[in-house]
Write a protein of this length. Structure first.
Length: 72
């Protein structure tokens, strides 16, 4: 689904809260793997280490879900 200008501004603001290196990774990932929502749409994305891989999720609630089922 295409984002409205307001939603796009919200996503950019959330991603802007990340350090530059993390922001690049989150921008490349684009979507939360738990909710399938755009990263940044719920504020600053949360970084989760799943094994040796850094993954970004949209919020702390999704962080818990990702850690509980990392293979998903």
């Amino acid at each position: 689904a295409k984002l409205t200008p307001a939603e796009l501004a919200e996503v950019r603001a959330g991603l802007a809260e990340l350090p530059p290196a993390d922001r690049k990774l989150a921008e490349a990932q684009v979507m939360c793997p738990v909710t399938d929502e755009p990263l940044g749409s719920m504020g600053r994305p949360a970084k989760v280490m799943l094994g040796d891989r850094a993954v970004f999720v949209c919020c702390k609630g999704c962080r818990r879900k990702a850690l509980a089922d990392p293979d998903k």
